[in-house]
Every structure is written in C-alpha cells, then in structure tokens.
Ligand binder design. Structure first.
Ligand SMILES: [Zn+2]
Length: 132
C-alpha cells in the first residue's frame, strides 16, 4: 500500500551514556479518510476470519468471539494511527553501532527502541533544530 505522505525527520538518540547521537526517521502520515479506509479494511479482514471460523466445529467457540473482538481492537488501533515509522536509523550512544531499527510502529516520540549490539533500551526523540 503506497498511500500517505512520507517525511524525513532528524532524531536524537539517548541511552545510558551522557552523550546523545543523531539518527533519522521516515514517518508516513495519514489523514482521517485514509485512516478510516485502513480501519474498515482491518475490521472486514478480522470479521471475515470470524465468518470462516464459524464453520470449524468446536474451535468456533474461540475463533468467532476472538476475531470479532480482534476486529474492534484493530479498527480502533488503525483509526488512531496518524503517523507510523517507515524506517529508523542511527548510532547507539552506548556502543556506537550504526543500525537500522526497522519498523517500530506508531510515531509518538519519545519512542523506545532496543540496540541490536548491546541490547540496551534507547530513547528516540525528534530533533528540533530548525531543519526540515
Ligand atoms: Zn548499543
């Protein structure tokens, strides 16, 4: 799916050490209409699972309510996802490993990621230095 708008934003990564390092995040943002489409698609997918699960003996006691509840949860989650990260890169302030943090979900800074080198928790905040 290629909808939404992507913007690149500078990051400040902090960990246990005193110094912070720089990073970059690509954030995809969605307007209300796009979020509604995603929410309805998620709900339809989950409720289709509930419909299929209805025809499976015994398991339907768990599958049907599970997919119905999952559909509602998915709908609410996708409706609230204004911005998601496409990619996040940066260097760990503790061990110095330059890495790609990959997809880290919703973009709601400060965001916590885990270093692949030292496995420490890092905090990513948006850098406010006047750049675009
Ligand atoms: Zn590290």
């Amino acid at each position: 799916m290629t909808d939404g708008r992507i913007r690149r934003q500078r990051l400040v990564l902090t960990g246990y050490s005193d110094q912070a390092t720089a990073g970059v995040v690509d954030v995809r943002s969605f307007d209300r209409a796009e979020r509604l489409v995603h929410a309805w698609k998620g709900l339809a997918l989950a409720w289709t699972g509930a419909l299929v699960g209805f025809f499976i003996p015994v398991a339907h006691f768990l599958l049907v309510p599970g997919f119905v509840i999952a559909g509602v949860v998915l709908f609410r989650s996708k409706l609230g996802a204004r911005e998601i990260t496409e990619s996040m890169t940066g260097s760990c302030p503790d061990c110095g490993l330059k890495q790609d943090f990959g997809l880290v979900g919703r973009w709601e800074p400060p965001h916590t990621v885990t270093c692949k080198g030292c496995h420490r928790s890092l905090t990513a905040k948006a850098a406010h230095n006047g750049g675009s």
